[in-house]
Design a protein around this ligand. Structure first.
Ligand SMILES: *Cc1c(COP(=O)(O)O)cnc(C)c1O
Length: 428
């Protein structure tokens, strides 16, 4: 017999936590089976895209200097285009993160006098400075690109009536964020995104529709590019990097728009012809290969956490039974002590830096102290098990990632253990 429970106890998890979690896990059997089916579907999709583009061993070779005819890079961009069913893609280590990828896509396809429109509320925090919602050096606003936004209705749905009025002759690009990020609105399904895009295009057919796809990849059968998005954008240290990509971002979409992105990323005149892949290609390919199963593991962790904390009486977003459109889980712990204990538990379960105690600190760009837990192989990688929470009401933690389901499970058990040690929960 496997001595799994004994190992859990060695790692510091008490019997009551194990028993409590075990009940919940048993109830999630069907749910987890459905996630495995999605992983199977997306795994086949990835393999098909790799075969279609004739990925070969030479794709993993080191390329340096200008990177002319970098086979690994060019083939990988073909793989992403096949995967997302788009004409083209830009997938590069020179795209430093998700914010950078989004910034390139916007700056490349907007010109002075154009207007950027967000029909689904406020975009991700870091985009506020890209756009110039918060004045910032080099923002789109400084280049004479204006911005408009329509908030969601109180029930979290699109305000179609207002959207119709806000789209005008200047509207050039519409941005839609799939995941809720650090907001409390629901994340959008690919189907909902498709409806919104169809509505927008009926009003103005030539408007460019861009989707911030961060945290959404491989959670559903379809991606936003399957329902009319002209551009989909994401980070490789989230879902599609599969935990192996050490850096990078992608932009997939219409050929002319991707070409503009390449000229913006490197230089007018050079475009995608330059940009050596410097030996990271194997991790990009292998990470993408693993990504469907890694994303499924993270998804199981999110659902497991939602169900456990819901059972303990904490508000959770999404709730334990809702359909999922991204891998993020918010838990409202209600007290600073709760947020801190949760994050300490996640940290204590990490393979790296497990002995470190996370503390709240004044992070640049935030208006309250923030605590972050991450013991990651890749700095800041949030497809790896991680949690963070601002120390302010409603004292919610945002929890995501887990390269394997057993690690996600251990992290969540450890968070319960730390809350139990502080007397913040009673298990029954
Ligand atoms: C993470 C994220 C970003 C920004 O990505 P970084 O890699 O952190 O710059 C943008 N949008 C959403 C929805 C995200 O989750």
């Amino acid at each position: 017999m496997l001595q799994t429970s004994q190992l859990y106890r060695q790692l510091g998890i008490r019997e009551e936590v194990l028993a409590f979690a075990d009940d919940t896990e048993k109830q999630l059997k069907d749910r987890f089976a459905a996630i495995d089916e999605m992983a199977e579907y997306n795994q086949l999709k990835v393999i098909h895209a790799m075969q279609e583009n004739r990925v070969c061993e030479a794709c993993f070779n080191y390329a340096s200097g200008y990177g002319y005819s970098d086979q690994g890079r060019d083939t990988l961009e073909g793989v992403y285009a096949s995967l997302f069913h788009t004409e083209s893609a830009l997938v590069r280590p020179q795209i430093t993160c998700g914010t950078h990828a989004l910034s390139i896509a916007l700056a490349a396809n907007l010109r002075p006098g154009d207007e950027l429109y967000s029909p689904a509320g406020k975009p991700y925090d870091t985009l506020e400075e890209v756009i110039g919602i918060r004045p910032s050096n080099g923002s789109l606003a400084e280049y004479g690109i204006t911005y408009r936004q329509t908030d969601l209705l109180p029930d979290g749905t699109f305000d179609y009536e207002t959207i119709k009025k806000e789209i005008n002759e200047k509207t050039k690009l519409v941005t839609i964020q799939r995941s809720k990020g650090y907001q409390t609105r629901p994340s959008f399904s690919v189907e909902e995104i498709g409806e919104l895009i169809a509505f927008v295009k009926k009003i103005k057919p030539d408007v460019i529709c861009m989707v911030d796809n961060c945290y959404g990849e491989f959670v559903e059968e379809r991606e936003p590019s399957d329902v009319g998005a002209d551009l989909v954008v994401g980070s490789l240290i989230k879902n599609p990097g599969g935990g192996l990509a050490p850096i990078g971002g992608y932009i997939a979409g219409r050929e002319d728009l991707i070409e503009a992105c390449a000229y913006r990323l490197t230089s007018p005149g050079l475009g995608r012809e330059v940009g050596a892949s410097l030996g990271v290609m194997q991790s990009f390919y292998q990470g993408l290969f693993l990504a469907p199963v890694v994303s499924a593991s993270a998804l199981k962790g999110a659902i497991f956490a939602a169900n456990l904390y819901e059972r303990l009486g904490f508000p959770v977003i999404p709730n334990g039974s809702e359909d999922r459109h991204d891998i993020i889980q918010a838990v409202e712990l209600g007290t600073p002590e709760g947020v801190i204990a949760f994050c300490k538990g996640i940290q204590a379960a990490a393979p790296v830096d497990s002995y470190v105690t996370p503390e709240p600190w004044a992070m640049p760009g935030y208006d309250s102290d923030v605590i972050m837990a991450a013991g990651a192989f890749v700095q800041g990688s949030s497809i790896e098990l991680s949690a963070d929470g601002p120390i302010k009401p409603p004292y919610a933690v945002y929890f995501q990632g887990g390269l394997t389901w057993p690690h996600a499970k251990l992290g969540i058990l450890m968070s319960l253990e730390y809350l139990a040690r502080e007397g913040l929960i009673t298990l029954s």
